[in-house]
Design a protein around this ligand. Sequence first.
Ligand code: IMP
Length: 195
Amino acid sequence: MKLVLATSNKGKVREIKALCEDFEIIPYSELIDEFEIVEDGDDFKENALIKARAVFKALNDENVIVLADDSGISVDILDGKPGIYSARYAGAGATDKDNLHKLIDAIKEKNVKSSSAHYTAAIAIVTKESQYSVHGWMHGEVITKALGDKGFGYDPMFIPLGYDKTLGQLDDETKKRLSHRSKALNLAKIILQTL
Ligand code: IMP
């Protein structure tokens, strides 16, 4: 089954491809020019649906299935920030590194060395006649240091529950087993198999 991804985030594309080996995954930017999608929903689910619907419309092909992931990290000591603003926490056009260091600084300002936190992934699937959404979560803690270079985004500062290393230090297989994205994608695959 051919699945068009409504993202060109390299980290997400790599992980989704590794988790959906039975499907042919094509980032939408390989089919049409990338365009700006205004993610003005109030939660991850709304933003995932906004992205999937926008790409489905732009592709102008009724036979495609579009899958979008909207995800982010919520830190308890920061009252759930950056949440849905994770990709632009350090401002529009911020890099993953800018966002990571802004989050480290924000936690340090609270005079703590760590805080409980969780990742959320909402996956939306849009076809000609249907729209679905599912979620996955990964709980753990964030620390005020960046350790390791695996994964992407906030992974070097996130320690999954039950581990003593960050996702930047743990291997890809461990993240694949634990992650918010893999939990949501396992549910999404059940939907895809019924389509
Ligand atoms: P989105 O592309 O608008 O969904 O933004 C997602 C942002 O959340 C990314 O840019 C990352 O900063 C962060 N994020 C989401 N999932 C992960 C993950 O698995 N690891 C690290 N950061 C993530």
